[in-house]
Design a protein around this ligand. Structure first.
Ligand SMILES: [Fe+2]
Length: 322
């Protein structure tokens, strides 16, 4: 069976016709076709396709070298390249456990729109998520194309934001994110240890700066490179004007009418381009299990820096999972 790339609506594409259990399936031409499809479509879905850690790692390497998961508490005990994303029914013991209420629904594992590691100077290339135990209720992952979002801006706004830069600072507590987050978001319960842990992480990640617009180098397309999570201000802009612009851009960017939300089945996998797309998680009710594993794909787009110039040139910070 030959490889079929079928677009998803409104974003991404599904790859059909690959037997990823077969160690020989990823020959040179197949790898080239997958990388080209990734550039074109931003995210690639493989349904019921990854049945083992070995297959997961093989597919990851098509898109780049895997990077060891950096947060030991969620590393797989046997393989540092695998990050365990675990929701255990009724378990509130996780270090950063938080039960949110959002749009009237209680959810653990809820995550607002973001690209990974916006609070660090180096931005990884992508990630490949494989579902092991799908949630019996919800547990979807959403994806938005930030290149399409840029193309939907008015020409005047495109001109206005060209060359601007955004300051990011780690915000562990999601309810403190100010732009593009639902106003209904509130915390129902949080692990008492979480505040201390989040404060510690905050100290480990000093503010960084990223461009608001980047160019996808393979295609020349502009990307609205804003992560609503952790965004603080437009660099050098007066506070009220900065707030107004970030609110407007974030609302434009996270418009769910332009998002693809994946409802997971076991052994589904999605690889996302972290330079061009945003993702979010709808979370699950407290009494629902969900287990996924993720590889992170090495890379740095080399456009980020520390806000404090004295820090630039120093060794990179350690990384966190999002
Ligand atoms: Fe993430």
């Amino acid at each position: 069976m030959s490889l079929i790339i079928r677009p998803l609506s409104p974003f991404g594409a599904e790859v059909i016709g690959l037997d990823l259990d077969d160690e020989q399936a990823l020959d040179v031409s197949t790898q080239q076709a997958l990388r080209a499809a990734w550039v074109e479509h931003g995210i690639l879905l493989f349904r019921n396709a990854l049945h083992s850690e070995a297959a997961h790692l093989r597919l990851s390497r098509v898109f780049g070298e895997p990077q060891p998961a950096a947060v030991k508490r969620i590393n797989d005990a046997n393989n540092p390249y695998l990050m365990n994303l675990t929701q255990r029914a009724g378990d509130a013991s996780g270090e950063t456990f938080t039960l949110f209420e959002v749009d009237g629904q209680r959810r653990t594992g809820w995550l607002g729109w973001h690209w990974d590691q916006a609070f660090t100077a180096e931005i990884v290339r992508g990630a490949l998520l494989r579902m092991i135990t799908p949630a019996r209720v919800d547990g979807r992952t959403g994806f938005i194309d930030a290149a399409a979002a840029h193309s939907r801006l008015s020409p005047a706004m495109q001109q206005r934001i060209e060359g601007l830069e955004v300051v990011y600072h780690f915000t562990g507590a999601q309810e403190q994110n100010r732009f593009g987050f639902p106003s209904s978001l509130r915390v129902v319960e949080r692990n008492p240890q979480a505040d201390a842990a989040l404060q510690r992480y905050r100290g480990e990640f000093p503010p960084v700066v990223h461009p608001l617009v980047i160019t996808q180098h393979e295609t020349g397309r502009k990307v609205l490179k804003l992560s609503p999570m952790h965004a603080r201000a437009i660099l050098g802009m007066e506070a009220s004007a900065s707030d107004a612009l970030l609110h407007e851009l974030a609302e434009h960017l996270v418009d769910a009418r332009h998002a693809y939300f994946h409802t997971w089945q076991a052994d589904d996998a999605i690889v996302w381009d972290n330079w061009r797309s945003l993702h979010s998680a709808t979370g699950v009710p407290f009494d629902v299990d969900r287990l996924a594993q993720r590889t992170t794909i090495v890379g740095d787009y080399k456009l980020g820096r520390y806000l404090d110039p004295a820090r630039n040139g120093q060794p990179p910070q350690r990384r966190l999972d999002d």
